[in-house]
Design a protein around this ligand. Structure first.
Ligand code: G4P
Length: 532
């Protein structure tokens, strides 16, 4: 198969949702269609189960599973599908944000009864900011839930999207009869039997045909006709370009658990979802069909076996082909590296591959060379953009609890930060280290992993910050900046790249700072700077 065809057949995407909306179930059903797994229940949920064991043990368990589910690849029809796993738990949101830099599109799963939930809002906002094409899947139609129109209204208002349904439910919950597929113009009757993989599909190009009454009954038939009329009046016709540029989001309805509406979703997805897209670097836009390889690290999994310090760096291939044993330039280090056993992913298995294409993910064994955001090329000096750090929401001083193990603590912290577990700030005034995280759980993870993987012990102390603001003065030499630094010295630190950060203790303090020192600009993500 030609290089261009290999690119055109790839679909790399992520499924995002609030926990419990059905992401794992949907993933599993998609894999079943691809023949990648044989039975339901094969995909392990990577969510943190409440109350099962102590939190950090649960996180270790989750870490083990998430290596296996990081990338789930399978073939469906003539397409190669790569699903990138995105943790739903809010304490791991940053992991998800970074994974979203490696997807070409997204499926958003929403629970029909719960509607738009908090985590969905946050994740969709990130996708919206980057114009990532999104498909919405409304799940659990076998249960009583919100009215379809109300729900689409909620999606538009709360998520700031513009939707158009490509399927429409016939009834709901107890009265759920199936789905009218606007995209394929047919009706899918719901049997309510999760063991059945194939439901009955009846072609229905003319919704006004009296046959409809015979199949679903008079009242539901009239209701469906009215609803479809309304759909046509209220929502724009599907426009692929609008979808691809993030301006329009098609909506599908179904029940993942019952494997209902999933094939329709998948069939439409492979047709409309984008193939690997060009990506912006600090020097130019890189096209997937360029001859030379380039890619970037978006995720690192470390020390699954504490006896071996090996890590797996996940690289998304942006252009060219990645070949085993060929030297590639690690741009940040300025050195060439060869990989003798790059892993590709197939369902839940990893295997060594000789060659991979744009859109694919390769897992590279690493002994500490990589950190998140690193670029690999065939020699060109450039860095891919768009892997920002977000402001943490929790801050604590970290203290060494075992003076004999200071080196181990430093190394451990350094590596955990490279992995993206948390962010480390050094306070300018006293040189003390502050760990910033998006969730309180991370502190337990760090403590546990420092002890078990690096033999170091730490304790924490509260640091009264609420948000990290990256600081960029208009003029580093002016009096205003000097005063800002003097007044705020207790709250100033540097991130890992040496960037100045203001650890603000309240929104009020941020507002006051902005009005008092207008020439000192504050940013809430780290990607304003071009240094890295
Ligand atoms: P997540 O990954 O988004 O967190 O959700 P997950 O797929 O684990 O699904 C959350 C719960 O919702 C599961 O039930 C799952 O069986 C159920 N579910 C998923 N899709 C549907 C659907 O279409 N209809 C109905 N009625 N339920 C659905 P659970 O009881 O929490 O877990 P389990 O014991 O069934 O594994």
């Amino acid at each position: 198969m030609s290089f261009e065809k290999e690119i055109a057949r790839r679909r790399t995407f992520g499924i995002i949702s609030h926990p419990d909306a059905g992401k794992t179930t949907l993933t599993e059903k998609l894999l079943l269609f691809g023949g990648a797994i044989q039975e339901a229940g094969a995909v392990k949920s990577n969510k943190i189960k409440k109350g099962a064991t102590s939190d950090f043990m649960e996180i270790e368990r989750q870490r083990g599973i998430s290596v296996a589910t990081s990338v789930l690849a399978f073939n469906y029809k003539d397409k190669k599908i790569n699903i990138l796993d995105t943790p739903g738990h809010k304490d791991f949101a940053e992991d998800t944000f970074r994974t979203l830099t490696a997807v070409d599109s997204v499926i958003v799963v929403i629970d029909v009864a719960k509607g738009v939930e908090e985590q969905t809002e946050k994740l969709v906002e990130v996708c919206r900011m980057r114009n990532i094409p999104m498909i919405v899947f409304i799940n659990k139609l076998d249960r009583e839930g919100k009215d379809a129109f109300d729900l689409m209204d909620e999606v538009e208002k709360k998520l700031g999207l513009h939707v158009t349904p490509l399927s429409f439910p016939i009834g709901m919950g107890y009265d759920f009869q199936g789905i009218y597929n606007i995209w394929e113009k047919n009706i899918n009757l719901f049997e309510g039997d999760s063991r059945k993989n194939i439901e009955e599909t009846i072609a229905f190009s003319d919704i006004n045909s009296p046959e409809l009454e015979k199949i679903i009954g008079e009242k539901p038939a009239n209701k469906l006709r009215e609803e479809l009329e309304l759909v046509e009046e209220v929502y724009p016709a599907f426009d692929r370009d609008a979808y691809l540029t993030g301006k329009l989001q098609p909506v599908f309805f179904g029940s993942a658990l019952n494997n209902f509406g999933v094939r329709e979703l998948l069939d439409a997805f492979i047709e409309i979802a984008p193939q690997p897209k060009p990506k912006e670097s600090d020097t130019r836009l890189v096209q997937p069909n360029e001859n030379k390889f380039s890619g970037f690290v978006f995720k690192i999994h470390a020390n699954m076996d504490p006896k071996h310090r090996d890590r797996l760096a996940f690289v998304k291939i942006v252009s060219g082909v990645f070949e085993r044993n060929k030297p590639y330039l690690h741009v940040r280090h300025g050195k060439n590296l060869k990989f003798s056993s790059p892993n590709a992913f197939f369902a839940e298995k990893k295997e060594i591959v000789d060659i991979s294409y744009p859109g694919d993910i390769v897992g590279l064994h690493d002994t500490g060379n990589f950190k998140i955001g690193d670029t690999l090329t065939e020699g060109e000096i450039m860095n891919f953009k768009g892997i920002p750090s977000f402001s943490p929401e929790h801050f604590r001083y970290v203290n060494n609890a075992d003076p004999l193990k200071a080196k181990q603590l430093e190394k451990g912290l350094d590596q955990l930060m490279d992995e993206g577990v948390a962010q480390l700030f050094t306070i300018e005034m006293n040189g003390r280290k502050v760990i910033g995280t998006v969730g309180a759980l991370q502190y337990e993870v760090i403590q546990y992993r420092l002890e078990h993987e690096y033999g170091a012990k730490c304790t924490y102390e509260n640091f009264p910050a609420y948000k990290a603001c990256w600081v960029l003065p208009d003029d580093p030499k002016n009096e205003e900046f000097a005063e800002f630094k003097r007044v705020k010295q207790k709250f100033l630190g540097h991130d890992k790249h040496g960037q100045l950060v203001f650890l603000a203790d309240s929104d009020f303090s941020i507002q006051m700072t902005q009005s008092k020192y207008p020439s000192v600009k504050l940013y809430f993500t780290s990607d304003y700077h071009k240094k890295e």
